[in-house]
Write a protein that binds this ligand. Structure first.
Ligand SMILES: [Zn+2]
Length: 128
């Protein structure tokens, strides 16, 4: 199962993360600062600065994300378990367990579906 935040990052190639400051377009077409408070399917849940209500925004519609540097070491999306994983020097996916901690994921040693081109830690997203 892929969680919404992870799906958005993989599918749209954006660095969306809970708590991240973004610039988004409000319902009046005005671009304003907002903060990501959660995720739902392919949508961001966000709060515009100075407001209490939470709005639903498409992950790529008129949204500016902050600049995030490339990951070191490189990371990519595993073709088998569809999770973001570390890559080896040869560009293939590093060993990782899947589906249980005792198993070796069948995507290890294979090329990733694509590389991750941002660097950020997402630990607290997973409950979103
Ligand atoms: Zn995998």
């Amino acid at each position: 199962m892929t969680r919404p935040a992870e799906y958005i990052r993989r599918y749209y190639g954006v660095p969306a993360k809970k708590g991240m400051q973004i610039t988004a377009q409000d319902e009046h077409g005005k671009r304003r600062p907002a903060v990501i408070v959660g995720f739902k399917n392919q949508y961001l849940r966000a709060r515009f600065e100075g407001e209490q209500r939470i709005v639903t925004l498409h992950a790529t519609w008129e949204i500016t994300y902050p600049e995030v540097p490339n990951p070191v070491p490189a990371r990519g999306w595993c073709n088998w378990c569809t999770r973001e994983r570390a890559l080896r020097a040869d560009g293939t996916v590093h060993w990782h367990p899947f589906p249980s901690p005792q198993d070796t994921c069948r995507g290890a040693g294979q090329p990733p579906t694509h590389r991750v081109d941002y660097r950020i830690r997402y630990d607290q997203d997973e409950a979103a």
